[in-house]
Ligand binder design. Structure first.
Ligand code: HEC
Ligand code: HEC
Ligand code: HEC
Ligand code: HEC
Ligand code: HEC
Length: 510
């Protein structure tokens, strides 16, 4: 229904004044400025808007929505502009981001045997997500239709393929090749990057999630016993009747949805042709829990799960992908209720009203709005705090890179010296564990910022496992020279982020 009669809707009218009054009262009571600002930012405002055109689930072209919400649309379009910071945005030309695998040769060596060793670049703005995927040399290897889950406004196509049901349609797409599904996407007219209906209900404009991979993943997380301090609605659902599965659009708070919308894509996943796109959250959101999930996963043909066999060592490797949502969940910001949108889509002033900046990008380009609403320190000081965290993370990461290269070389040398396959098993198993951890932090795009201590913990383990693997390879070559008993304390410790024992199990630590 084009050009329907002008209709004024009231957006987010819930309890706005109540919250504001509470904020003012809290300030009067002397609560810190930091807390006050958080409440203020969470306070829901009434923002009137005029619908000049009707938009529906089928309208994936953001330009149409832009007629109703020009400020959001204009900022959304800016994701086509080039941005760069020391570690964020992209280095390289306007035409093409720089290759990560050329900048860090250890990355390339780690990925030998997998498409990521051919082409793996810096990310850039949302406007490019579909064309960058279509252009990558990784598509010279067979890829699954699952790739499109996170690179296009694909929901109408999922519904079409599922006879009206998106979950059913989605479940069929992993069997299609990338090229087959891409052709259907283009024919359907929905070949747009992430668009308004991917995150908004067209009738109410409230934020929502649409992606089947996320809905399945968060449901499995809710059904586990893993601690999820960053997602209180899961604890509430668990305490209820559990008759209906956890549904983020029904059960999550608006604040949680301000992160969930990003968790639809900025996550670790399996995306091949052997089974549907899977988010590995059934044991929890930590790196160790995801590893346990993959270690316990079998492909439908009964074989053990891995992403690729390393070309030089033949170790069955797990490839990690951009776990921003997972790392965020391990940090103090998530625990304090600070969402992705708080930092990456901060409010900006548009005339008399405040709108969310849809120019999703590095918050370091925008410190006054992204950080100083909560933090009192100067912009320079905030930049310096981030630089310290990122610099330390970068140094640890490079050390891990050196260790993994030494491990790979030690295995190659051992095999060349005639060591048998059985004797190499321990070193190969340690390569898998070390690489998972190193890649997890290398693939995470905040250079440690989202959860600095957790990132350091994971990198510490990565270097330890890589060096243990190197020793195992040397031992396989020269058992007389390298003693067999592992040094005390070198056995893997239980992960600190492990879920506490479910209540009632009777084994609480003293
Ligand atoms: C407290 C603020 C904060 C929160 C909350 C936050 N981030 Fe970030 N994020 C940052 C900072 C700071 C960086 C580093 C940017 C840089 O290096 O330029 C970053 C980097 C990133 C990057 C890489 C940016 C680039 O320009 O390359 C992505 C992607 C990202 N975050 C996604 C997320 C997602 C998804 C969430 C929620 C699950 C989230 N962030 C939550 C502050 C935040
Ligand atoms: C439908 C999937 C999808 C959703 C939803 C999504 N992203 Fe992204 N995001 C991507 C992809 C894909 C890229 C990389 C595009 C490229 O390099 O061509 C990206 C890039 C980014 C970047 C890098 C921007 C730059 O200029 O370098 C940031 C920051 C980011 N996303 C944050 C977020 C945040 C925050 C949210 C939630 C508000 C979010 N994304 C939601 C898929 C998604
Ligand atoms: C679960 C969501 C998801 C799936 C599935 C997914 N991507 Fe992405 N992709 C992202 C996000 C988020 C980014 C931006 C962050 C980054 O580059 O690390 C990205 C970035 C990219 C980029 C730009 C940076 C680079 O890696 O060179 C390319 C190209 C790409 N993806 C291709 C693919 C291909 C091919 C597939 C299928 C094998 C795929 N993607 C599947 C979420 C996804
Ligand atoms: C990746 C997810 C995502 C996409 C894509 C997206 N938005 Fe949003 N949008 C958000 C989030 C998060 C908020 C903050 C919502 C809240 O706090 O309730 C928001 C808020 C809004 C609001 C409420 C007012 C405001 O600014 O806070 C409007 C209107 C809006 N978006 C319009 C659009 C339009 C139009 C498009 C397409 C051009 C779009 N959005 C695309 C995530 C998204
Ligand atoms: C919505 C409020 C909010 C926003 C926005 C916010 N922070 Fe925070 N930040 C917090 C809270 C709360 C803490 C925890 C402080 C505490 O409890 O003592 C924190 C802690 C930190 C810490 C110390 C903890 C750590 O992870 O090392 C740093 C550094 C930090 N913030 C930087 C930033 C930067 C940089 C930005 C902008 C990109 C930002 N914050 C945006 C609320 C916020």
């Amino acid at each position: 229904m084009e050009n329907s009669p002008k209709q004024v809707s009231w957006y987010r009218g819930r309890a706005a004044y109540g919250v504001l009054v509470a904020v003012v009262a809290a300030a009067a009571a002397g609560v810190t400025a930091l807390l006050m600002n958080i409440s203020e930012r969470k306070a829901e405002q009434r923002v009137p808007y005029v619908r000049v055109v009707e938009v529906t689930e089928k309208d994936t072209d953001p330009a149409k929505w832009g007629r109703n919400w020009p400020a959001q649309y204009d900022s959304y379009r800016k994701t086509a502009l080039r941005t760069s910071t020391k570690y964020g945005g992209h280095a390289g030309s306007e035409a093409l981001p720089e290759e990560k695998i050329e900048r860090d040769p250890w990355l390339k060596r780690m990925f030998l045997g997998y498409a990521f060793s051919i082409d793996y670049r810096d990310r850039r703005g949302h406007a490019y997500m579909l064309e960058d995927q279509e252009a990558t040399q990784r598509l010279t290897k067979p890829q699954s239709g699952s790739c499109l889950h996170c690179h296009a406004s694909i929901m109408p196509l999922y519904r079409e393929l599922g006879g009206g049901d998106a979950m059913t349609g989605f479940a069929s797409t992993f069997k299609l090749s990338y090229q087959e599904l891409s052709q259907k996407l283009h024919e359907s007219g929905h070949a747009h990057p992430v668009s308004c209906p991917d995150c908004h209900d067209p009738n109410t404009m409230s934020v929502r999630v649409t992606r089947p991979g996320f809905i399945n993943g968060i449901r499995a997380l809710a059904e586990s016993a893993a601690a999820v301090p960053a997602i209180p609605s899961i604890e509430i659902w668990r305490a209820g009747s559990r008759k209906e599965p956890y549904d983020p659009n029904r059960d999550a708070s608006r604040n949680e949805l301000r992160s969930f919308v990003c968790g639809q894509c900025h996550v670790e996943y399996y995306c091949g042709g052997k089974m549907p796109l899977t988010f590995p959250w059934a044991n929890g959101l930590g790196a160790d829990e995801a590893e346990r999930f993959w270690d316990g996963t079998k492909f439908p043909d009964g074989s053990a799960f891995y992403d690729y066999k390393h070309e030089e060592t033949h170790a069955p490797i797990l490839k990690a992908q951009h776990p921003e949502f997972e790392m965020w969940s391990q940090g103090v910001h998530a625990r304090s209720g600070v969402s992705c949108a708080d930092c990456h889509m901060p409010y900006m002033r548009e005339g008399a009203s405040k709108v969310s900046d849809h120019w999703v990008r590095s918050p370091l380009l925008n410190v006054s709005r992204a950080c100083q609403t909560c933090h009192r320190a100067s912009e320079q000081e905030m930049q310096a705090r981030v630089a310290t965290i990122q610099g330390r993370n970068y140094e640890l990461l490079q050390r891990g890179g050196a260790a993994i290269v030494d491990l790979i070389q030690a295995i190659v040398d051992a095999r060349a010296a005639g060591v048998g396959e059985a004797a190499l098993e321990p070193a190969l198993a340690l390569q898998r564990r070390a690489q998972w951890r190193l890649d997890y932090i290398a693939a995470e795009n905040s250079m440690g910022f989202h959860a600095p201590q957790e990132a350091a913990r994971i990198l510490g383990e990565a270097a330890d496992f890589a060096r243990q693997g190197q020793i195992a390879a040397l031992r396989a070559r020269a058992p007389d020279l390298v003693p067999a008993a592992p040094a005390a304390g070198s056995a893997p410790l239980p992960p600190s982020s492990a879920a506490p024992a479910p209540s009632g199990s009777g084994t609480r630590p003293k």
